[in-house]
Design a protein around this ligand. Structure first.
Ligand code: ZN
Length: 179
């Protein structure tokens, strides 16, 4: 069985655009390091991306417009741009599993362990972790490769992921040395 690297919502709108998360720039080098590692080891890489229909998606009522289908804001940032052989899953809710083909993809790739990186730890990472746990995947969360809009939310959420979903939590450096 295999491990996949999931990069969640590292999109222009969230890194530098209309819903900018300051922490995104801080975690970027760590995600980049894991991405380089995954590419070298030919580990499956899945970019899990918000992709909303304006005037339709319920989530937009709560947050305002962001990651609108077909806009620059909905694209993965240049530094992490998907390359040939990587997967892009478009989601319309917080969880990467909800009404997407992420689970089918991971099962066909014989993946049983997910490394979750990106933003926001307490929203999309957390909901993706929940659905991953319910489906029997093991979860690893490098704590310096995930970030929240409110930095105070990050550590408590990582603790929650560890206690409730059995996530392995460690630093990027520790994780990279084990891959
Ligand atoms: Zn969204």
């Amino acid at each position: 069985m295999a491990t996949a690297l999931l990069i969640i919502d590292m999109l222009n709108d969230f890194v530098s655009g209309r819903m900018k998360c300051e922490g995104a720039k801080v975690i970027l080098p760590n995600i980049r390091l894991l991405l380089d590692h995954a590419r070298r080891k030919r580990m499956p890489v899945v970019h899990v991306c918000d992709s909303h229909y304006p005037g339709v998606d319920a989530e937009l009522k709560l947050w305002g417009p962001h990651a609108i289908v077909g806009t620059k804001g909905a694209e993965v940032i240049e530094e992490l741009k998907p390359i040939k052989g990587e997967y892009v899953i478009r989601k319309r809710r917080y969880s990467g599993f909800f009404e997407t083909d992420l689970d089918l993809l991971l099962r066909e790739l014989k993946v049983n362990r997910l490394i979750l990186t990106g933003i926001d730890t307490s929203i999309c990472v957390r909901h993706t972790a929940a659905d991953a746990f319910f489906r029997g995947y093991s979860i690893t969360v490098p704590r310096d490769a995930v970030a929240t809009w409110d930095p105070a939310d990050n550590e408590p959420t990582i603790k929650y992921l560890k206690e409730i979903y059995g996530a392995e939590t460690l630093t990027t450096e520790e994780l990279a040395s084990k891959l």
